[in-house]
Design a protein around this ligand. Sequence first.
Ligand SMILES: [Cu+2]
Length: 310
Amino acid sequence: MLMKKRILATLGIIAMAMAAAPAHAKTVQVTLHAVEVDLPIDNKGTMYRAWTFDGKVPGPLVRVTEGDTVDFTLVNDAKNKNSHAMDFHAAQLDVVKDFGAVKPGESKHYTFTAHYPGIFYYHCGADPMIQHIAHGMFGAIIVDPANPKALPKADREYVLIQSEIYPNPDDVESLMADKWKNVVFNFGVFRYDPVHDANATKWLQAKPGERVRIYFVNAGPNEFSSFHPIAGIWDRVYLSGNPRNVDYGLQSLAVGPGDGAIFDLVSPVEGANAIVTHSLRSALSGAIAVIMFTKDADPGMGRGEQTIVR
Ligand SMILES: [Cu+2]
């Protein structure tokens, strides 16, 4: 009789645990291809030997919801010359078994559950990691909170990833000596800055009063960011993008290599802000992104495919 009670109690606990599991949790298939390809690194089309995920820098935006399981496959294309790997900062795994490199023509598969909401870095971790990141092998994964009301609703969302560009990313000594030429957002010198580069054709857009959510990642490999909106104030900042890590009314926040944060910006007026790293040697070499606040802002910008403006 006692045994039966215990079994029933245990079953009750299991049933409660199952009821507590998020009903929305799903498995998301993600396949990324390591591709070595030439890409432009400025607005006039200077080409650079890039190592990429899916031929783009930043790599494709991966987006899941807290509690989801990511079923991940990395394919290292046979045409490549180098081994590559994948390190998701949203994952809790084995660095050797899961994040280890695979040779050209091979692939790697692993799964993880995204237990923490936020904005997380992903990057190639193949040796020497500094060279793979300098070549452009990085991107971002957003893990949206399971509770859709955990963050105030954003009207527009943009991903900005800071990194350094080195004249020769295969000269590892120059990477170790931190001899970058440009610090940039989304792998382009003044990519979204028509003020410093007349060849820039795109910038960020929003309407006054809209809540603009910047998902920011610092890919490094070496430089810190002091992330600041010139002529604006971050309304809210969430460290690592976790809704529990909220700060209000910040002017700048230091974001180190391998880190990320959510920055919410609301402009009460029309006009422009210039989003920079306030480390000015970095900003003036290419890390400035203009955001225009106008009543006739393009309704497509900061939504869907235009979350990473390409
Ligand atoms: Cu790589």
